[in-house]
Design a protein around this ligand. Structure first.
Ligand SMILES: CC(C)(COP(=O)(O)OP(=O)(O)OC[C@H]1O[C@@H](n2cnc3c(N)ncnc32)[C@H](O)[C@@H]1OP(=O)(O)O)[C@@H](O)C(=O)NCCC(=O)NCCS
Length: 166
């Protein structure tokens, strides 16, 4: 993902309904205002990947951006946490997510030189939990936490993929 693509992330969350954000475990009041969010991305993309706590991959279908995966909580050379989103509802639930997650994992292992890749979706959001399992992630545990700066306190499911497992 290039800096210019990050508008897609900002638009996706800012144009989402409160109900959809709730399924993601996101508190709408915690979304950074658009210009401030862009400034955060500008600062992140100015850093080399080794020093950034953000690295993202664009997912394309028919040559057009159809979704993305991002990684944060990155300990370069050790581990990172990933996220997964397909933009249009009609492009979900037909195998795209499983394929993209597997391909993204390979890129994270190579680029971030990590040994373990985690994902910790909201436990009540079925889609990512099923997709991670389908992509080969192993269940670690379910616990309650505030998993990220946009989230409310919630039960999350921790999934893990080890280097070499796919
Ligand atoms: C999460 C997401 C990227 C998965 O991509 P996808 O293309 O829908 O996933 P797939 O079609 O590869 O489905 C993988 C598995 O999940 C299941 N699944 C996907 N969406 C589902 C849903 N809404 N309800 C129940 N099961 C679902 C599929 O049936 C499939 O199960 P199987 O392995 O038993 O066959 C996509 O659904 C999405 O963008 N959802 C909205 C955003 C979101 O929730 N992101 C996660 C934030 S943590």
């Amino acid at each position: 993902m290039q800096l210019s693509d990050t508008d897609v992330i900002i638009d996706y969350f800012h144009s989402a309904s409160p109900e959809f954000l709730n399924t993601l475990g996101i508190d709408p009041s915690r979304l950074p205002e658009r210009a401030r969010w862009k400034a955060i991305f500008e600062r992140l993309f100015a850093l080399p990947i080794e020093e950034r706590n953000f690295f993202a991959i664009v997912w394309e279908l028919d040559g057009k951006l159809a979704g993305w995966s991002s990684a944060d909580k990155i300990v370069f050379g050790q581990e990172a946490y990933m996220h997964l989103h397909i933009l249009e509802p009609e492009r979900r639930q037909s195998g795209n997510g499983t394929f993209f997650v597997k391909e993204s994992a390979k890129i994270y292992f190579d680029t971030l030189r990590i040994a373990r890749l985690f994902c910790e979706p909201y436990a009540l959001n079925v889609a990512p939990n099923r997709t991670l399992q389908a992509a080969g992630f192993k269940y670690v545990k379910t616990h309650e936490t505030v998993p990220g700066p946009l989230n409310f306190h919630q039960p999350v499911t921790r999934w893990m993929l080890e280097r070499g497992a796919i």
